[in-house]
Ligand binder design. Structure first.
Ligand code: GLA
Length: 371
């Protein structure tokens, strides 16, 4: 869990911004909610290496990366940096191809705790698995523990091999932008069938959150409705996906802030079993699409998400017979309140559920066995 500069700022980043975001992560409750990595994405680099080393753009980061990492650490946060497996980064800055060992050393000297490693300008003749493996090894050889985040966009089915490179998370799709079609496609369509590849120490990454962008910032493409943002965040929690905030948390609206810090949703996301939800239903009826996703939890409960993916209201039926439950067992079902409030009030209901959902609304249930 953390924050990444890309979705709002693109390459328009600098030292003061990162320090301000570090302050907000702490003062606005994000760190206590679990968001601990502050990741600087593309655009921090100078255009040329110095003595073979990557260096930050001196205009954007005059005090240098070590000083900035120290500041971030002094706030109790972890410091993340970005580079690319290819010859250049996606924004055209120097990449790490052929320089994996020296770059890993540089990042470790700065005190990095996280590396996002992208895939632009990757030579046709080279093997991405070997390049990602090489950086994985280079990071290990620094002896500094770093979360290794592979951003290969799912091109070569990284869920099948990324764990062996030492990666802790791997992007499964191309970039998501701030509009519902993109969220729906990346999340509700593309993550199906990938659950068996995720688990503790290695996660499928369906990209950073667009919650709170509200059609502002670098990846704004029309924005989403409140129900769409809630469905997006709820699905990412069900998927046990990395939760990387992309919004400007210095000025985010209250609703989005409360949603991102929703204790029950975050607990589902962080559940120690680390199981990614499976999609058990994806059905169309009269032009209305609904999905049901199920995630077993460590305490024996089951999180169930019912999603209305249509632009009209629907009555969603959650027949317990559709769920992987013991038919002789007795269960109780609580629906989480998802209005962004911190209130843990749950309605207690039994048996079959029929729930009225607005356009693009979802309902998240916790099902537990009755003693
Ligand atoms: C790619 C990645 C994005 C972002 C940009 C930076 O598009 O997928 O997440 O890191 O590069 O240029």
């Amino acid at each position: 869990m953390g924050w990444n500069s890309w979705n709002t700022f693109g390459c328009e980043i600098n030292e003061q911004l990162i320090m301000d975001v570090a302050d907000s992560l702490v003062s606005s409750g994000y760190l206590s909610a679990g968001y601990e990595y502050l990741v600087i994405d593309d655009g921090w680099q100078a255009m040329t290496r110095e003595n073979g080393r990557l260096v930050p753009d001196p205009k954007k980061f005059p005090a240098g990366m070590r000083a900035l990492a120290d500041y971030v650490h002094s706030k109790g946060l972890k410091f993340g940096i970005y580079s690319c497996a290819g010859n250049k980064t996606c924004a055209g800055y120097p990449g790490s191809f052929g320089n994996e060992f020296i770059d890993a050393e540089t990042f470790a000297e700065w005190g990095a705790d996280f590396l996002k490693f992208d895939y632009c300008y990757f030579p046709d003749w080279a093997d991405p698995k070997i390049a990602y493996q090489k950086m994985g090894q280079a990071l290990r050889e620094t002896n500094r523990p770093m979360c290794y985040s592979i951003c290969e966009w799912g091109k070569n089915q990284p869920w099948k091999w990324a764990r062996n490179t030492g990666a802790h998370m791997w992007r499964t799709t191309i970039d998501m932008v701030d509009k519902w079609d993109s969220v729906r496609w990346v999340g509700f369509d593309m993550q199906n069938g990938l659950s068996s590849y995720a688990g503790p120490q290695g996660w499928n990454d369906p990209d950073m959150l667009v919650v709170g962008l509200n059609n502002q910032g670098f990846v704004a493409e029309g924005g989403c409705t409140q129900h769409q943002y809630v469905s997006h965040f709820s699905l990412w929690c069900m998927l046990a996906a990395p939760l990387m905030i992309g919004a400007d948390i210095r000025s985010i609206d209250n609703f989005s802030q409360r949603l991102l810090q929703h204790p029950d949703l975050v607990a589902i996301n962080q559940d120690p079993l680390g199981i990614q939800a499976n999609r058990i239903i994806d059905s169309w009826q009269n032009d209305m699409r609904r999905q049901i996703w199920v995630k077993p939890l460590a305490n024996g409960d089951m999180a169930v998400g019912g999603f209305n993916l249509s632009d009209q209201p629907m009555l969603l039926e959650l027949a317990t017979g559709q769920l992987p439950l013991n038919p002789d067992g007795q269960y109780q079902i609580r629906r989480l309140t998802l209005d962004g409030s911190k209130n843990r009030r749950h309605s207690l209901v039994h048996g079959e559920q029929k729930v009225q959902l607005d356009a693009f609304e979802c309902a998240i249930f916790l099902i537990s066995k009755k003693d």
